[in-house]
Design a binder for this molecule. Structure first.
Ligand SMILES: Cc1ncc(COP(=O)(O)O)c(C=O)c1O
Length: 446
């Protein structure tokens, strides 16, 4: 049966959407980063139906969240069942089975031998806050090293390590003291003639020589916080040796290595955690986003001997809510059963097709990614790699009007982060619309 999506039957935004947009303008914080006026009503798999009945193909998964697709029937059934039994009892003060079961399950997925422990919270930023506190508590050191281009969230601690866009930090100073940033090796933007591997080594050496050698004695550094591949910063995959060399540096100085898997985890890149593909065992992992297929949940995972802090040191009223934990248990089963493999296969197909589009579209400067965390960087001229930010935004807007939901990342990249259930047919339809949107925007270029 042919895919009956997208199906756009009104002007966009449609009449009902227009009313909601006005009400939103009057009542909701303008700090949100809406790229186009989609007013979602229902979701099914890789499709979103808006309040006017328009059907969109969703390559965003609500920013890499609905891992099992929108409203997966097994996830919804588990949520309903748990909601009828127990909505909340605070895992901070009491015990309940779904939280314990999920901790056991996540502990099994964390790379490395030995027992693990898990702390539950509600979001990515909260997981980062907790991981920073845990690293400080465990090492009794103060400082944290992060990376330019990194995104770790918007609460004050997480924001201090975030270095993605200046607007995210403007007027929010002073941030956490003791946070330092280092260059993250982007293979598409290597300075003068280095190989990607040499550039990765250069970045790690920069931390060793410049940060640890001149600025922050290693004995004062609690942790290095790093995304296995940068998400919000532009879907940047570092050279293969980067994480290994970074981890070796951490081990040399007793610095904890924290992998922020909030966007890349839970099977999105084709392995349960993206860092597995770099052969590195982190000391601490943070997760959120896809963990519960759309319910709010975050977690910090670590080796058991690291997560040794006394009652009261860290806790959260809602973190590890029983309904969210049930959704996460089903998500983990579906992801490891087959969705992770689908993410690897479809991601490879998607990148091959995008590379083939690259040969016909001058706007596409680079195609990169792991699994279904795939990005295309748009440039005005492939030779100069001048960032095509306005053109990127125009492609996304044009695609929306043709029924395809995409999101940007970095200054000029487009992220493809569909649900892990995405099919070849859905990708083919999405790619056709994407090509047509590129063509429309390219025609307007000088
Ligand atoms: C890698 C990474 N870390 C942290 C966060 C923050 O997560 P949240 O928006 O749930 O606070 C994000 C969100 O995009 C992310 O991509």
């Amino acid at each position: 049966m042919a895919l009956e999506c997208p199906k756009i039957q009104t002007e966009l935004p449609g009449p009902k959407a227009k009313v909601w947009l006005q009400r939103d303008r009057d009542s909701v914080s303008p700090s949100y980063t809406r790229a186009y006026p989609l007013v979602a009503d229902r979701g099914e798999g890789c499709q979103i139906i808006d309040v006017d009945g328009n059907r969109f193909l969703d390559m965003t998964a609500g920013i890499a969240v609905t891992a099992t697709g929108h409203c997966h029937p097994e996830v919804v059934a588990a949520i309903k069942m748990q909601a009828e039994k127990l909505l909340h009892m605070s895992g901070t003060d009491f015990y309940y089975a779904p939280q314990i079961e999920l901790a056991e399950r996540l502990g099994e997925f964390m790379p490395g031998p030995g027992p693990k422990k898990v702390f539950f919270c509600n979001s990515g930023a909260e997981a980062i806050e907790g991981a920073i506190k845990l690293a400080r508590f465990q090492t009794k050191r103060q400082n944290i090293i992060g990376f330019y281009g990194a995104f770790h969230g918007r609460t004050l601690g997480a924001l201090s390590v975030t270095a993605s866009k200046a607007v995210q930090r403007e007027y929010f100073f002073p941030l956490l003291t003791g946070v330092y940033h280092a260059p993250y090796p982007d293979p598409y933007r290597i300075p003068g003639g280095m190989t990607p591997e040499a550039y990765a080594t250069y970045c790690v050496d920069w931390i060793r020589d410049t940060l640890l050698g001149r600025m922050v004695p290693p004995s004062s550094v609690a942790a290095i916080l790093v995304e296995p591949m940068q998400g919000e910063g532009g879907y940047v995959v570092p050279p293969h040796n980067f994480h290994r060399e970074l981890k070796a540096l951490c081990e040399e100085h007793g610095i904890l290595y924290i992998a922020d898997e909030i966007q890349s985890g839970i099977g999105r890149t084709g392995t349960f955690f993206a860092i597995e593909q770099f052969g590195v065992v982190p000391d601490i992992i943070t997760v959120a986003k896809g963990i519960a297929s759309g319910l709010p949940l975050g977690a910090i995972l670590s080796r058991a001997e690291i997560m040794q802090w006394p009652p009261g040191a860290h806790a959260s009223t809602f973190g590890g809510n029983p309904v969210a934990c049930m959704a996460a248990l089903v998500t983990a089963r579906l992801v490891t059963d087959h969705l992770m493999r689908n993410a690897a296969t479809q991601g490879e197909y998607l990148r091959a097709q995008l590379r083939s589009l690259q040969s016909r579209h001058r706007l596409i400067g680079d195609v990169r990614g792991l699994g279904l965390m795939t990005g295309a960087e748009l440039v005005r001229n492939p030779a100069t790699k001048t960032r095509a930010t306005d053109e990127r935004n125009a492609v996304i807007e044009t695609a929306f009007h043709q029924g395809l939901l995409l999101l940007g990342c970095g200054a000029n990249a487009i992220r493809w982060s569909p649900p892990l259930t995405v099919t070849r047919e859905e990708l083919d339809v999405a790619l056709r619309i994407f090509a047509s949107a590129l063509e429309t925007v390219e025609r307007r270029m000088p």
